[in-house]
Design a protein around this ligand. Structure first.
Ligand SMILES: Nc1nc2c(ncn2[C@@H]2O[C@H](COP(=O)(O)OP(=O)(O)OP(=O)(O)O)[C@@H](O)[C@H]2O)c(=O)[nH]1
Ligand SMILES: [Mg+2]
Length: 434
């Protein structure tokens, strides 16, 4: 049990600075709930303003624009998708905000190594400083241009990820050397460690990876990490899931949620991480909802700002794909009637969330608030230790806290069920998390 409790506490660690935390605590200690709630509001608004700028770079034609479309969950032909093509297409730095989460911005950079963008001036031309990190896309062989970019980005102290695109093409090109039974056509003659007698996709991938890693290491790149991807089923296949996980692990804690929000629900792991990050903000939202805009709720002996709660629940729905638009899109992708997906969802969808729904949920969570106030000490010892003494917040704070927490858990559970249903009858399960 001790470890479970420790886990809960760690989960609830506030993602805010010590200064902000002290300010909230000092206000609460003075009994100034409005000042504490205003501060919580300010922290949340600042979080909303955080942007993530991701530069996607590489040689012309390497698949940069296709990669951006895949990351944004868009097909190449869809409205708002980056232009792709076999001819040189991208001539200037173009921002592509995520369609539903505009704070995550992918920058489609022009290809390096064309007459207009030579390696010596490229990084200056693309305004190097603007980006949080770089993704270098390379298709086929490791090139001088890719090498120069990697070296230069490392020298400037920024992070980059080396992505080897179009591996589906490499796999199918290699497959052509084998017969229908998967036996090497030139029987025995050409079999090598990287090209075995029997076709082995893993061996093809391993040799591409080794080649890239060897070349990067030769340049003096520290612990080179290479990710093999293909634009189709990007987030499920090859190194797509590992790439997303690595971005997330490397981001500073205040940017993690920003990156997670737009990620498509392609694995149980994505659901788990989204839930974990959103949980960290629950207590701040509860505190904000007890502020100056709190009004008495008829029939309940408490005052809260229901607008904050409505916005928060809608945000949870969007983050877990519980919107009409996301479900329609998913249904189309997996070729199942949307009715089938909706039938297993227990929480309301984002457009169904209204003030009345919030009040109904608040009535339910009031019971938990009265029954289990001490549980809060486990989640947020620093805050509850002081807020519990304020009459004005003694009921409102735990009620909204349990409301948000429970809704979040339910929405995550719905997202898992929808994923399970979407995958039924497909072979993609092996690419999923646990
Ligand atoms: N088979 C396969 N083809 C891909 C993949 N990614 C991109 N392509 C194709 O490669 C070609 C070039 O892709 P783009 O995304 O336009 O490449 P780019 O790097 O943006 O090119 P520029 O804008 O000219 O610098 C297009 O025909 C894409 O359809 C992939 O993962 N697999
Ligand atoms: Mg392009």
């Amino acid at each position: 049990m001790a470890s479970a409790e420790a886990h809960l506490e760690a989960e609830a660690l506030p993602p805010i600075s010590e200064g902000d935390m002290n300010e909230i605590r000092a206000a609460l200690e003075k009994g100034d709930l409005t000042a504490a709630a205003t501060k919580a509001h300010e922290i949340l608004s600042n979080e909303e303003k955080i942007q993530l700028h991701i530069a996607v770079t590489g040689e012309s034609g390497s698949g940069k624009s296709s990669f951006i479309n895949a990351m944004r969950g868009l097909q190449d032909h869809e409205e708002g998708a980056a232009e792709i093509g076999v001819m040189e297409t991208t001539m200037e730095c173009s921002p592509y905000p995520h369609p539903q989460h505009s704070h995550v911005i992918f920058w489609d950079l022009p290809g390096i190594g064309t007459p207009d963008f030579t390696p010596d001036t490229y990084l200056k031309q693309v305004q190097f400083d603007r980006y949080d990190f770089f993704i270098i896309i390379s298709s086929s062989r490791f090139t001088y241009n890719a090498a120069t970019l990697a070296e230069e980005i490392q020298a400037q102290g920024k992070r980059f990820y080396f992505v080897r695109s179009k591996v589906d093409q490499d796999v199918s090109n290699e497959r052509r050397l084998y017969d229908e039974q998967g036996v090497l056509k030139a029987k025995g003659k050409q079999a090598t460690e990287t090209r075995p007698q029997l076709f082995d996709e893993m061996a093809v991938l391993a040799s591409i990876r080794q080649d890239c890693e060897r070349n990067l290491a030769r340049l003096g790149i520290r612990s080179p990490q290479v990710f093999l991807v293909c634009r189709d089923d990007f987030s499920m296949k090859y190194d797509g899931p590992r790439l997303l996980q690595t971005f997330l692990d490397d981001l500073p804690s205040e940017k993690k949620l920003r990156f997670l929000r737009p990620l498509a629900i392609t694995s149980w792991e994505v659901v788990r991480q989204k839930k974990k990050e959103l949980m960290k903000y629950v207590w701040l939202k509860s505190l904000a909802s007890c502020g100056a805009s709190a009004v008495p709720i008829p029939g309940l002996s408490t005052s809260v700002d229901t607008a904050i709660l409505v916005t928060s629940l809608k945000e949870y729905c969007r983050t877990f794909g519980l919107t009409e638009e996301s479900l329609q899109k998913l249904a189309k992708q997996v070729n199942k009637p949307v009715k089938e997906l909706k039938a297993i969802i227990k929480s309301p969808l984002d457009h169904e969330i209204t003030k009345d729904v919030v009040i109904k949920l608040l009535t339910k969570s009031l019971g938990s608030a009265v029954q289990y106030p001490l549980v809060l000490l486990k989640f947020i010892p620093v805050v509850w230790g002081v807020i519990g003494c304020l009459v004005s917040a003694a009921i409102a704070f735990p009620s909204t806290f349990f409301l948000l927490r429970n809704f979040l858990s339910d929405a995550a559970a719905d997202a898992e069920r929808v994923l399970q249903k979407a995958l039924e009858g497909t072979t993609q399960k092996s690419h999923m998390g646990s």
